[in-house]
Design a protein. Structure first.
Length: 235
């Protein structure tokens, strides 16, 4: 801004002309009007998910299966007789068995749980006897230590012997073509001897005799149970 412009007032005239031009432009621009009217929501006319699922190809859940659309008449199936019981003579026991796998699972599991229970009872009796006259906390600690020491020891040992016995018994049955008391006693003697084979000849023979005696008792019990079951079926 120069002194001449300040004296002549040229700045004020230009500013007034610019204000008049802006006012004319604002008066010539039309004011915006909003004509949108929202439609009120009617719950009776609402559509659910079924309205577009019914027309879809995936409305039937069976079509999502990987084998959907296969021709069932020309499809070949592999039939496995999982429920077929062992057909070896003398293989029938109180519990239906399909062979080595069932005998291994049932025999090992039952033997382990039985020995674990007997070992726990042995430890309970030992802990109570050793802690007689002691305070309750010390007595409880002694009982827990004895139970957790005797129970797993007896259960694990019997489980290992049971696994070995089932392996020997199944192998002898396959070789001889039948299951009888001779297989049971021989498998018990072999499994007991193998269990103590690292302790020397005398402990090995003692262990074999004990396990063979238990196996003989089981063979006699099985014969009695099977004869009673067969007699009831004949009646």
């Amino acid at each position: 801004m120069t002194i001449w412009d300040a004296l002549t007032g040229r700045k004020s005239s230009s500013s007034s002309s610019s204000s008049q031009s802006s006012a004319s432009e604002s008066s010539s621009t039309p004011a915006p009007t909003d004509t949108f009217a929202p439609t009120p929501f009617n719950p009776a006319e609402a559509q659910g998910v079924d309205s577009f699922l019914k027309s879809s190809a995936f409305a039937d859940p069976s079509l999502l299966h990987p084998l959907a659309g296969l021709d069932k008449d020309s499809l070949e199936y592999l039939s496995l007789e999982d429920s077929a019981l062992s057909d070896l003579p003398g293989a029938q026991t109180a519990i239906p068995s399909r062979g080595f796998s069932d005998d291994l699972c049932y025999g090992t599991g039952i033997t382990y749980l039985t020995a674990l229970t007997l070992g726990g009872a042995w430890g309970l009796q030992e802990g109570l006897r050793r802690s007689a006259g002691q305070p309750p906390k010390l007595r409880l600690n002694s009982v827990l230590n004895a139970v957790t020491r005797r129970g797993p020891f007896l259960g694990n040992s019997a489980g290992v012997v049971a696994i070995t016995y089932n392996c020997f018994n199944s192998g002898l049955g396959k070789l001889r073509g039948r299951h009888d008391a001779a297989n049971t006693i021989a498998a018990g003697a072999l499994s007991g001897m193998l269990f103590k084979s690292t302790r020397g000849l005398r402990p090995m023979m003692i262990s074999g005799g004990i396990v063979a005696s238990v196996a003989g008792v089981w063979a006699v019990t099985r014969q009695v149970l099977l004869s009673e079951t067969g007699h009831e079926h004949h009646l």
